[in-house]
Design a protein around this ligand. Sequence first.
Ligand code: ADP
Length: 753
Amino acid sequence: MTSATPQRQFRAVAAFQLIAAIAGGFSILVGVLVLIGWWRDIDALQTILPGLIAMIPNTAVACIAGGVSLVLATRAERSARLQLSSRWFAGVMTTLGVLFFFERVTGISLGIDLLLFGDAVRPTPWLPPGRPAINSTIVMIADGLALLLVNFRTRRGWRPAEALSTVGALIAFTAIVGYLYRVQGSYSFGVDETGMALLTGVTLCVLSVGILFVRPDQGVVSLITAADPSGTMVRRLIPASFIVPIGLGGLWLLARDLDLVSHEMGVSAFVGAVIVTFLLLVMRAAAVVRKTDAERDELLGRAEGARAVAERAADKTERLRRTAEALSTALTPMAVARAIVAEGLPALGASASEVAVLSADGVVLELTAVSGLPSEVADAWRRFPVTSRVPLADAIRTTDSVLLTSPADIARRYPDLAPVLDRVNVRAMIVMPMLVDGRPMGSLAFSFNGPRVFDDSDLTFTRALGQQCAQALERARLFAAEQSARADAEAANRAKTEFLAMMSHELRTPLNAIAGYTELLELGISGPVSDMQREQLGRIRRSQRHLLGIIEDLLDLSRLEHGAPADIEMGAVPVHDTLGNLEALIAPQLRARNLTYIYNPSDGDLIAYGNRARVEQIVLNLLSNAIKYTAPGGRVGLSSGVHAGRVEIRVSDTGHGIPREKLDSIFEPFTRLEMDLTRTTEGTGLGLAISRHLARAMVGDLTVRSEVARGSIFTLTLPAEAPEPVDRGLGVTPPASMIAVPEDSIPLHRVRM
Ligand code: ADP
């Protein structure tokens, strides 16, 4: 059995199902009208169409039962109740058919023939009165069973309902044809007394066909409803297969009645006409198949074309992605241009490509990448003014694309250039400006060996490529600018360091001379020194020390700012050991300012990772600040501990504190707060800047918490163990030979007030 897949069904399957519903309705209508006709004794209703033979009431009842069952069956898919009702009516029809068939075959009356309108039926000429013809009973049984089995399928997919209703349709149709050709045997089934009425034949035929269409998407009927060429062909041929034989048969009978043809001649003419007509039908079917085939080929061709276009588009998208990827790492205009050429050429199927970059002053175009052109041509056009009458320059001046589709087009628009392009086999070109925010950065061109019409996708692709290229060029330009600015800054820094080194050397020599001579004078070697002179000599020495301290600080800072504290050797720093020694160094200042010092020693084994001398330098600086910026009678504290896996050294005071908004800036060099104590206290504003640089150079940090009028806590954080050897540009792993500050050399100048 052929069964079309649901997708290929004629879309209006519901419309075919309507045939079934209409057929059912028709059957009911005829049955009801006929019954009314018998009841009211109206001849016209018994025959429906004047001149036809009447349908007897029993047949009308069977037709109504069949019609109701059919109408319900079209809806039954959605409801089990409707399905049951449909089966019930089908059962009635089948039972009636079987009973009448039994009567006909056995001749035994079951007393049911005249149950309905018996008086009206009794006088009719058909015998026995009120009993349906045998062919009618067979159709009733066939259709009744078909309706009962309408949803049943065998395991191999057969639908018995189809076979049964086809049998019903054929018997009923044969009766109709019998009436048409006046062949009694066809409608009386060879029995003389009575036959199927024409109205019964029409009604049962319609009912049988209707049953075929209850499930239009299943079984053989699906061949008629199919949306593919087979369906089209079947739908076109079916009417012909009825009309042609019936029509020809009719003609033959007419000719015979008029004595126009002999019997033999009629038969041969009939055979000939049938052959010719069927040949024509076969030809027509072939033409239909050929046409649908051609349509399918065309559709296939179109689908193929669409797929090729989609594939090309996907290829271009992929190339744009790859270009973007390649461009993200291209840092020079040359690398940018090469990436563009490499991806653009194959995507467009071009034979040559050029990228021209506009000079910074916007006057000259420089060919940055060329592919597919002879080197002498590329060399001749290495640099050319933006005012030149060539496509690459035109695209920049007009900030629009230039499309040259054929040699004739080139010759018309660029007559001077045409011979050169002809010589290098360029027959078409697409040229795009490369713009960043509407500003031209250059242009790119793709050339082709043959004439070419550029479609939207070519334009979009080339434009996207141009945009990517422009942005990459802009990035490369910014990168180059940044590189040169960085080089300038580095050079300036080097000069500053050199200057500071030279200055410190130049200043230190006379300062040391001042210290030496002051000492000599103090010793009285050059003669006795009065008390007043001694006091003045003391001031000279303090000033000399202060100056020396400032110079040391400046040098330190300058070295640290360059991120090259190469003299810091990292190692284990025993915290308690280191901090415990500091009290002796600050004791005089503490006494002088009447401050209480509280040292809160950590666990004796606490080890930090850093440089001991630098740690001492930082803590000493913090302690001297705490002393400087705390009013007499206050407290200065030093403590240590471990927090979050890192060693913390805290210096606290009960001094005047630091306003919240200044907490960051005090770490900037030369920053001193405008406060009474600051004004009266010596200082350069370099100590904290140097300390934080040092702390960070040791992979630690220096932070502060403070509250105005209550005091401050400075916290130096250091690693508790050696960090992973990551090069952070801090140079924390210098060779031992580079250590400039011996472990035990505490820079005394920092303990100054
Ligand atoms: P200096 O002490 O030589 O001025 P620093 O860099 O050590 O330079 O300190 C910068 C500024 O931070 C100081 O001038 C002072 O105003 C403020 N400061 C530093 N430590 C404290 C502190 N413990 N209490 C209050 N202010 C402080």
